[in-house]
Design a protein around this ligand. Structure first.
Ligand code: V47
Length: 374
C-alpha cells in the first residue's frame, strides 16, 4: 500500500499524480516547484524518482581536477578564476607541469582527471592534443573528462577548425568525455550580464549536440543564485531535457550555486541551503531523461550534499584533491575529501556508497589498493 503524503502546498498534488504515473512534468509544474515553500514536499517527490532510478545507492568517484591555465580572454562577471595574461597572478603550466601535477594526485585509485581551463589567447591546438596524449600515455587507465562546450567553441574559432574536427583530434589524443561547465543560464537577458564574452545558450547546446552525435558523452550544469529568476531556470532545464530527448548524451546534471566573492557580482547574496536543496529536487523531477543528479559537495558543502541524497541526488562527485574555480570565488569547503570521508558522508545519510568510474561502472577495490586510500 502506498502512503499518501499530505502536502502543505496543494500545487504539489497533481505533480504527485504525474510522478506516480511516470509522466513528464510541464514547465508550469517546474515553476510551481521552484515557487513552493514546501521544500519537504518537493524533496519527497524527488526522492520517489531518485529511489525508483537508483534505489538506495549513492555514487562517488576518486578523481582529480586539473586546471592547466587560468589565463582567459573572456572577462565573465560570474568568474573569479580567469585572469588576463598580463596579470602577475595568472599562471599557465608547461606540459611537463600538467603531467607532473596529474601524477602528484595520482595513486592506483584515481579513475578520472577532470580538466578545464581559461580561454588562453596563445596556446595552440597541438599543445592541448599533446597534453591529452601525454596524460593518456602516463595514466592509461584514467578517464580524461576534458574541456567544456565553451572551450571547444573557442578552439574551433581560434584555430579556424570546425567543431567536429577539434573534437576528433582531441578524441584521437585521448579525450574520453566532457564535463558540464559553462552552461550557466541559457536565457540571453541573463547571459548578457553574467557572461557576455561567452558563446550563447544555443551555441552551448549545439556543441553538446555535435559531441553527443560523435559518441562523446558529457555532463551538463546550471549556475543559479545570481540574477536569474524561476522562469530562466525552468527554461534552462527544459532546453537540456529537449536536447537529451534528441541525443541521450548527457550522463549527469550538476546544479552549481553561484559564489560571488572576488567577482564583479560580489554584492549578490550567497545561496541558502533551502535554495540548494530546492535546485536538486526540481532537477530530479524535471530532468526525467538524465540518469544522474550530482550534489557537488565542493559547491554545496559536504553537509548540504549529504542531505541532498534525500532530496533527489544520487551522486556526490569525488575526492577532487585540488579545486580552484570555487575557491577563487570564496568557497570555504576544503579542496579535497578523502575516500573514507566520502564513505562516511554517504553512509550517515542511510545510503549505500558505490564507487564508480566516469561511466558509472562499479569500481571494485582490492584490499591493497584500499589500504592506500584510507
Ligand atoms: O563552468 C564559475 C561555474 C563551472 C563560478 O561535469 C562558478 O562533472 C559558482 O562545471 N561561482 C565549473 N560557479 C565547475 C563545473 C563542474 C563541477 C563539478 C563537476 C562537473 C562535471 C562540472 O563553475 C564553470 C561555471 O559554470 N563557475 N565561476 C562562481 N564564481
Amino acid at each position: 500500500m502506498q502512503l499518501s503524503p499530505s502536502f502543505e502546498d496543494q500545487r504539489l498534488e497533481p505533480i504527485l499524480e504525474k510522478v506516480r504515473a511516470q509522466q513528464r512534468l510541464s514547465p508550469e509544474d517546474g515553476l510551481n516547484l521552484y515557487r513552493t515553500n514546501d521544500l519537504l514536499g518537493a524533496g519527497y517527490l524527488a526522492n520517489l524518482v531518485r529511489e525508483r532510478l537508483h534505489g538506495n545507492v549513492t555514487y562517488f568517484n576518486v578523481n582529480r581536477h586539473l586546471n592547466p591555465t587560468d589565463v582567459c580572454v573572456a572577462a565573465c562577471k560570474l568568474c573569479a578564476f580567469g585572469k588576463k595574461s598580463k596579470d602577475p597572478k595568472a599562471y599557465t603550466m608547461s606540459l611537463d607541469e600538467v603531467w607532473h601535477r596529474a601524477g602528484e594526485g595520482y595513486s592506483e585509485a584515481v579513475t578520472e582527471f577532470h580538466i578545464v581551463g581559461g580561454l588562453h589567447p596563445e596556446l595552440d591546438i597541438d599543445w592541448y592534443a599533446e597534453m591529452l596524449r601525454g596524460l593518456k600515455q602516463r595514466f592509461p587507465k584514467v578517464h580524461l573528462k576534458a574541456f567544456t562546450m565553451v572551450e571547444i567553441a573557442y578552439f574551433a574559432k581560434r584555430f579556424k577548425t570546425p567543431i567536429p574536427e577539434v573534437l576528433r583530434r582531441f578524441r584521437e589524443a585521448g579525450l574520453d568525455s566532457m564535463p558540464g561547465g559553462g552552461a550557466e543560464i541559457f536565457t540571453e537577458r541573463v547571459r548578457r550580464i553574467i557572461c557576455d564574452h561567452k558563446i550563447d545558450g544555443s551555441e552551448w547546446l549545439e556543441v553538446a549536440r555535435i559531441a553527443h552525435k560523435m559518441g562523446i558523452k558529457s555532463n551538463c550544469t546550471m549556475l543559479y543564485g545570481h540574477i536569474e529568476n524561476e522562469e530562466d531556470r525552468v527554461d534552462h532545464l527544459v532546453r537540456l531535457r529537449e536536447l537529451q530527448d534528441e541525443t541521450s548524451g548527457f550522463v549527469t546534471y550538476i546544479p552549481l550555486a553561484f559564489h560571488p566573492d572576488n567577482t564583479p557580482l560580489e554584492h549578490v547574496a550567497r545561496t541558502t541551503g533551502f535554495m540548494d536543496l530546492k535546485n536538486i529536487a526540481v532537477a530530479r523531477l524535471m530532468l526525467d531523461n538524465i540518469p544522474h543528479i550530482k550534489a557537488y559537495w565542493i559547491m554545496m558543502t559536504p553537509k548540504i550534499a549529504q542531505i541532498a541524497q534525500r532530496f533527489g541526488a544520487d551522486d556526490v562527485d569525488g575526492t577532487v584533491v585540488e579545486e580552484k574555480i570555487y575557491h577563487d570565488a570564496g568557497a570555504e569547503t576544503s579542496q579535497g575529501l578523502r575516500r573514507n570521508e566520502l564513505l562516511r558522508l554517504i553512509r550517515e545519510a542511510g545510503r549505500e556508497p558505490v564507487e564508480r568510474d566516469t561511466e558509472y561502472n562499479r569500481v571494485e577495490r582490492t584490499e591493497s589498493a584500499f589500504a592506500i586510500l584510507v
